[in-house]
Design a protein around this ligand. Structure first.
Ligand code: ARG
Length: 459
């Protein structure tokens, strides 16, 4: 088949080599953006008088009918036409004849592909932001329903101090808010038009880059044509923001997996988000959470592949840059679905509140309370820490807890300890008294939820 760039060539191409060079198996996902970019380009060519109005109208007509076919799912692509740009141009020729050849005036596939990628990511990032917002909403709601749900807070995965489950949810709310901010800030660097940078050096045609950028809704244009066609920072940034997002989702998934284990039994996932085993009839596995934890690996991988592809690339366009696409598409699909799954999974999970609270009764997560109690009565904190540490050691030997020690025994150790100690040792009191800003105190958590609601409302 005749190549659109075939003029200079004498030898025949070979199908298997063509297939290696083709990007159409994946960049067909840019079809819509490619047509949008071409429509803006041709309108600019007419406005600047580079093409006549009639020529432009014919091309616009052709592009619109390709767009309709795409929407109807009847647009076909072939490997012979290499990539999305050449496939669409071929269709344009079929639709309107030789005038189709004028569309590529003052443009190269190099600025064309970069434009498509900018358009694609701008849409994707806006969608990601909406999904993060929905997930933050779910986290807030789960928090609000569980302000007085008590659970052990952990450090080193060891019981540390009791906390409110809402506080735990709000920690993730904070992470996701930062993720959203990061994606939002990245838009500034995505929202730039490379169209008109041409192959690398600009063009001799009197094009109007600002006009095509405006038609495409871009806020600014690349100031250097070499930079415009070779920049993939905006994709790296997307992959990096996505990696951080996936890391957060993965941490929550890890906790979910632990919480629904037999040992914890803190939560139960609905059947929709679980799967069974083909051999063990009793199994209900948290597959979706495990998959999201696993998929964080491929998103990190996509970031590292592109970093590696770009390292050492001379300016301007090199075919290596075609390798920017699969990781970007894969990451977009992965994070968008992961966010949907997370929202559904958290929203529908049920909590075994009694088990969670009981886990804070049969443990030493109130040891800090006793130390603080003594410090409040004037004992230097270090000394208080030492006394309580010894008590914990004795208790573990006897198989009892701090709340099981009698008042007489306590007073033998130090008369500073009085009858109110038992109230102090209760996990509810431990939480209640943590009034410091951002702490787990019920009042603090309520305030954090209110702040969260106000922020979401403002966005
Ligand atoms: N399919 C190519 C890519 O994705 C389009 C740009 C081709 N440019 C070129 N000079 N061969 O990067």
């Amino acid at each position: 088949m005749e190549k659109l760039w075939g003029g200079r060539f004498e030898g025949k191409s070979e199908a298997w080599i063509d297939a290696f060079g083709a990007s159409i198996p994946f960049d067909h996902q840019l079809a819509q953006q490619d047509i949008t970019g071409s429509l803006a380009h041709v309108k600019m060519l007419a406005k600047t008088g580079i093409l006549t109005e009639t020529e432009a109208e014919q091309i616009i007509f052709g592009l619109n009918s390709i767009k309709d076919k795409l929407a109807a799912g009847i647009l076909t692509f072939t490997i012979e036409n290499e990539d999305i740009h050449l496939n669409i141009e071929k269709h344009l020729h079929d639709e309107i004849g030789p005038v189709a050849g004028k569309l590529h005036t003052g443009r190269s596939r190099n600025d064309q592909v970069a434009t498509d990628m900018h358009l694609y990511l701008k849409e994707t990032v806006q969608e990601v932001i909406k999904k993060i917002q929905l997930f933050r909403q779910v986290l807030l709601q789960k928090a609000e329903e569980n302000i007085d749900t008590i659970m052990p807070g952990y450090t080193h995965l060891q019981h540390a101090q009791p906390i409110s489950f809402a506080h735990h949810m709000m920690a993730y709310y904070g992470m996701l808010t930062r993720d959203q901010e990061r994606f939002n800030e990245s838009l500034k660097r995505i929202d730039i038009s490379p169209l008109g940078c041409a192959a690398l050096a600009g063009t001799t045609f009197p094009i109007d880059r600002a006009y095509s950028a405006e038609l495409l809704g871009f806020s600014s244009i690349y100031e250097n044509s070499l930079d415009g066609v070779s920049d993939r920072d905006f994709i790296l940034e997307f992959l990096s923001d996505s990696s951080i997002l996936m890391m957060h989702l993965s941490r929550l998934c890890e906790e979910i997996i632990l919480w629904c284990s037999y040992e914890f039994q803190f939560i139960e996932l609905t059947d929709t988000f679980s799967t069974g085993s083909s051999i063990m009839p009793q199994k209900k596995n948290p597959d979706m959470a495990e998959l999201i934890r696993g998929k964080s690996g491929r998103v990190y991988g996509n970031l590292f592949s592109l970093l590696t592809v770009l390292k050492g690339l001379p300016l301007a366009y090199n075919k290596d840059l075609q390798e920017d696409k699969e990781g970007m598409f894969d990451t977009s699909h992965t994070i968008l679905t992961s966010l949907d799954i997370m929202a559904g999974m958290i929203e529908s999970m049920t909590l075994n509140k009694d088990i969670m609270e009981n886990a804070t009764e049969k443990d030493f997560s109130n040891a800090t309370e006793l130390a603080d109690y003594l410090a409040n009565k004037g004992l230097p904190f270090r000394q208080a820490h030492e006394i309580v540490g010894k008590l914990v050691l004795e208790c573990t030997k006897k198989g009892i807890y701090l709340q099981d020690i009698s008042l007489e025994e306590y007073q033998e150790i130090t008369p500073l300890i009085e009858a109110d100690i038992y109230q102090t040792l209760a996990s509810k009191t431990a939480i209640e008294r943590r009034h410091s800003f951002g702490g787990t105190g019920f009042d603090q958590v309520k305030a954090a939820i209110e702040r969260g609601k106000a922020t979401l409302k403002e966005e």
